[in-house]
Design a protein around this ligand. Structure first.
Ligand code: SAM
Length: 288
């Protein structure tokens, strides 16, 4: 294969030169491809859609882990749904105050292949004694578990194939059931400029279930089309408005060094462009 052309969108596509093919397999759930590219390093794609790249994964994984954990301020138990490449697990494990992390991934092959070909993503996190890895469909897990979590991170593929179930109201309702009081759910929610229906639909689902729901954004170069959105849902409205000075103190005390996240980025990430606010029905008041 000389070039990999992503198949997420009909009318346009991004293309990567394949400098070296590392692995390709049809797993029980999806088509998995890992290859090398001079611009992005090693890239993993599932069912023709870029999932993660060595060069820019830090932006996505730092924002989806540190924003809810620093906002909450006392996270002990975290659930990661999906996240087979291990980058989210790595970032959550960096918080020494976190005592237990459960990761529910549908496809063991993604974990295995990423440990082999993208070892820097998990960076040993799969061997962290606090981590429990469950191979299951995320929606089944949240519907049947009796465990509760302070933060739930849905690090899923797009709402296609196995990922589709993770964008449904029943999934969000089951996550709400598994949150501790004051806990927060964050989910990967696509690039609004191209996936407007996805953010509109998620907004409607979350509005029906949670006291406070919103989105925060960050631009991840390999998720083409502008800044991507992360859904935010909690019954603790104060979490979204933590004083920046408090965030700065939590960040300082954590001792974490980051490459993208900082308290100012955290706070400003919740400021959404007008066209996105309009799409989610908040153009007049973001506190709706
Ligand atoms: N950063 C990527 C993005 O924003 O699209 C997500 C990367 S991560 C590799 C996505 C993971 O979700 C994959 O490992 C995939 O196997 C997993 N996944 C998809 N559907 C799932 C489901 N229903 N339950 C659990 N894991 C699922």
């Amino acid at each position: 294969m000389r070039n990999f052309t992503e198949t997420l969108y009909d009318a346009f596509a991004q293309e990567f030169r394949v400098d070296e093919m590392l692995h390709e397999v049809k797993t029980e759930h999806q088509h998995l491809l890992i290859f090398k590219n001079a611009a992005f390093g090693r890239i993993m794609a599932l069912d023709g859609i870029v999932q993660t790249t060595q060069k820019d994964e830090f932006i996505y994984h730092e924002m989806m882990s540190h924003v809810p954990i620093f906002a909450h301020g006392n996270v002990r138990k975290v659930l990661i749904v999906g996240g087979g490449d291990g980058g989210m697990l790595r970032e959550v494990c960096r918080h020494e105050t976190v005592q237990r992390i459960t990761q529910v991934e549908i496809d063991q092959a993604v974990i295995d292949m990423c440990r082999e070909y993208l070892p820097g993503h998990s960076d040993g996190a799969y061997d962290d004694p606090r981590a429990t890895i469950v191979i299951d469909d995320g929606i089944h897990f949240v519907q049947k578990t009796d465990e509760t979590f302070d933060v739930i991170i849905s690090d899923s593929t797009d709402p296609l194939g196995p990922g589709e179930a993770l964008f449904t109201e029943s999934f969000y309702a089951a996550c709400r059931r598994c949150l501790t009081p004051g806990g927060v759910l964050v989910t990967q929610n696509g690039v609004p400029f191209h996936q407007m229906d996805e953010i509109r639909q998620t907004g409607l689902h979350l509005k029906a279930l949670f006291q406070d729901w919103h989105f925060f954004m960050a631009a991840v170069p390999s998720y083409i089309g502008g800044a991507m959105s992360f859904a935010w849902a909690t019954d603790n409205p104060g979490l979204r408005h933590v004083d920046p000075a408090v965030l700065r103190e939590r960040y300082r005390k954590s001792g974490l060094t980051t490459r993208y996240y900082n308290p100012e980025i955290h706070f400003s990430a919740f400021a959404l462009p007008q066209y996105v606010l309009k799409a989610i029905g908040k153009e007049d008041n973001e506190y709706l």
